[in-house]
Write a protein that binds this ligand. Sequence first.
Ligand code: SAM
Length: 284
Amino acid sequence: MVAGRGFGRGWNRSRGKDGDGVSYGPAERERLAAAFGHPGVADAYRYRPPYPAEALDILERIITDRPRRVLDIGAGDGALARPLAARVDHVDALDISAAMVEAGRGRPGGRRRNLRWIVGAAETAELGGPYALVTAGASLHWMSWAPTLARLAPAMTGHAFLAIVEHGPYDLPWRAELAEVIARHSRSPGFDPSFRMPDALAAEGLLEITGRATTAPVPFRQPLASFVEQFHSTASLAREWMSAAECAAFDKAIADIAAPYAVGGLLDMDVVAHLAWGRPAGRR
Ligand SMILES: C[S@@+](CC[C@H](N)C(=O)[O-])C[C@H]1O[C@@H](n2cnc3c(N)ncnc32)[C@H](O)[C@@H]1O
């Protein structure tokens, strides 16, 4: 594990990635978050790289209370919740988008008996618990921070952490060209490359950070076409925002940039995850 390298590597540095590096105002957040209700976005999610196993190892390691009940907020298709459910006693996977939850149920591990899907907003949905860990994978920036953290705190066990997790390709050699294309098409003009979710929460007194980690890079290989398609799983680049002509132009531009790096139609990348965890203010 490589500690302390901070969030925002790989295409997380690029405009339009809906993970860390993004700080939305309430109006922009609401407008863009609607993308997660689109079936095309939920479907394209399957082409995102999985979280490195080391990230799951770290999450498992920071759970000390028993039973090991986990709440994953903004679970999406369960990229964290599904593999976590194989390691702990129970996972509640909460997401505001019925389309994302439906996609998640159909993905590997999505129907495990100890995985409960909840369609609802983190700010208002009824929670189970008490939770020995709460995870947020590339999701907290979509939520109202203070009300969300305030209601998480009483639903957590005495030693439970809130863990904020991001992942993505690490130092892509074609990153700069990619960023230009994404900037031309992104529906996220409020992008702020210096924004870091855990630090923003800490600065507002909402989270006391007690640990950080960055996983070692792990290789990820995917067809060029899948690499192009996964961009449409991001809220700011949803197919549903674009005309057919714009989609075709975007897809061609991305494919043209990445194609020289493909071997036999396959792209090789390294994926890293960044984690930060701590105690929400007001926790018992
Ligand atoms: C970028 S995705 C991340 C999905 C997953 N955690 C992952 O790491 O792949 C963000 C998710 O947050 C969900 N979301 C947005 N606002 C939410 C809210 N207020 N409450 C619960 N989920 C929300 C979206 O529907 C979307 O599935």
